[in-house]
Design a protein around this ligand. Sequence first.
Ligand code: ADP
Ligand code: MG
Length: 252
Amino acid sequence: MLEIQTLRKSFDGQIVLNNISFSVQKGEVVVLVGPSGCGKSTLLRCVNGLERIDSGAIALEGRVLTCDKTKWPLIRQKIGMVFQSYDLFPHMNVMENILLGPMKAQKRSRKETEADAERLLTRVGLLDKKSAFPRQLSGGQKQRVAIARALIMKPAIMLFDEVTAALDPEMVREVLDVMLELAEEGMTMLIVTHEMQFAKAAADRIIFIDKGEIVESGAPEDFFTNPRTDRAKRFLNMFSFENRKKKGLGVK
Ligand code: ADP
Ligand code: MG
């Protein structure tokens, strides 16, 4: 579905992604993990054309995107993206937010799209909020609307960039549950998250990035129980209070 080959990206001469190669098969869930600043968001932004890459190639469904002829608005319809900050239009209600993309970009009829939107809102548990405005929703609800809004475009792949990072703890679960359901239904997904339990449960494959490079890539059971590199071990240790205790560092 998605193939990335020897991608390299720099900002102002500073290399932030180097020699990145991996692919995502149809129906596969790949989770990217790594310390803050390692290049995860930049990588997702390269995939949907928000950043230009220096060299290498990205292909979606066998079509190379990283050439000048790429029509990004068309390609982006195939790539659903959900960010950390829910960027819903504040002056539009939930239904209008969801209908905008398919009616404008895909010229689909309101009637057909509305039926689709209602089905998706039911799926994310928010049909009763279809007339509500974003300010009347909780953070978790807004993120679920954002997911529905991406799904209505019928994307070939969904990209998620730390979609629960800004949420209160009690709302994290409702968003992750929707993502887990999508995974079970066979949606192809590339996910950046710091929710390690979720990563373990949802991922077919974990890719660990550090300082702009892929350091490890493998099945979640292997990565979480048997990280091969010191860099991955150190990263995973940050999530474990038990290890801190053992080392006598205590838990503050
Ligand atoms: P992550 O998402 O893993 O935390 P990012 O992809 O956001 O990391 O950032 C990777 C590196 O690229 C960081 O050092 C960041 O400061 C830098 N960076 C990201 N976007 C820009 C930009 N538009 N201009 C310059 N530097 C950037
Ligand atoms: Mg980021």
